[in-house]
Design a protein around this ligand. Structure first.
Ligand code: 2AM
Ligand code: CA
Length: 279
């Protein structure tokens, strides 16, 4: 074997999960170093929908690592797609059946990041022919790295995690989010909150969908729902919840797929009741 061949072998021989973990850790370190320094804040679809040069820089860093290890893989990253639901749908459509697609949200919780609120995350998933097989969510503020591999469980720093035991909504702590689309989606979300709030122990809205999903997986939240999210907000956290013994569907109870934008994720036990309350 020539030196060149040996080098190529070493590089491509890295496991998908190891690379995902490595990227998430590097990205997290980078964005944490930039906390409070995001000066170039831009509005996307509205003043509620923001992006910074750190989002872009972090995605570039992640893309470079993916290209280094897996030059043939495709990437669906938030910063590579125009804002809005339609552009997201088209971008997903273009890659969803490809062999390997990395689905990346460099900063999930950009609004928090800009305000210096330490609740944001890096979300990285790998899909094989449309099925999520690796999911990593990293919270740099708490240095918590959540990892799931299809069929192999969900872990935080090597310790297996599982969803919480609550059987009923009344004893459940659930989370949701306030959508950026104030015209169409917010009124619906407020109706859902009005319906769910009296039935559960309480509701939280932390501002990072990926981290909320990781917390459902870790049993810190009983459930989470939110409308109008993108594949990169959900894919990694979805696998964490499934591998931790929970359930993830759309808001009608239909099985999760990369196209799902209105998501409900729970410990499984309260799933039907939460969906009934949302609707
Ligand atoms: P982001 O920080 O990556 O944008 C908060 O309720 C959740 O909604 C976050 O996960 C946030 O992800 C996401 N979010 C923010 N703006 C959005 C938009 N325009 N469309 C869909 N999801 C959005
Ligand atoms: Ca983002």
């Amino acid at each position: 074997m020539s030196n060149h061949e040996r080098e190529t072998y070493t590089v491509t021989g890295k496991s998908f999960t190891a690379v995902a973990v490595n990227m998430a850790a590097k990205a997290g370190e980078y964005m944490k170093s930039k906390l409070g320094q995001a000066t170039d804040v831009r509005v996307k679809t509205s003043p509620h929908d923001l992006v910074t040069e750190v989002d872009k820089g972090t995605e570039i860093l992640i893309r470079k690592i993916i290209h280094t290890y897996f030059p043939t893989h495709d990437i669906l990253g938030e910063e590579g797609v125009e804002p809005g639901a339609e552009a997201s749908r088209l971008a997903l459509e273009a890659v969803k059946d490809r062999e390997y697609v990395w689905i990346v949200d460099p900063i999930d919780g950009t609004t928090n990041f800009i305000h210096g609120l330490p609740f944001y995350s890096v979300s990285i998933a790998l899909a094989h022919r449309g099925e999520v097989i690796v999911g990593v969510v990293y919270d740099p503020s708490r240095d918590e790295l959540f990892v799931a591999e299809k069929g192999k469980g969900a872990y935080v720093h090597g310790k297996r995690i599982q969803v919480s035991p609550e059987e009923e909504l009344a004893g459940s702590l659930v989370a949701t989010g306030f959508p950026t689309d104030r015209q169409h989606v917010l009124p619906l979300a407020l109706k859902q909150i009005e319906s769910v709030a009296p039935r559960v122990r309480n509701i939280r809205a932390g501002g990072s969908a990926a981290l909320h999903l990781a917390y459902v997986a870790a049993g810190r939240l009983t459930g989470f729902w939110e409308a109008n999210l993108n594949a990169w907000d959900i894919a990694a956290g979805m696998l964490l919840v499934q591998e931790a013994g929970g359930k993830v569907t759309d808001m009608n109870g239909e099985p999760y797929g990369l196209h799902v934008r209105d998501v409900a994720a729970t410990n499984g036990r309260i799933h039907d009741d939460l969906i009934a309350a949302i609707r």
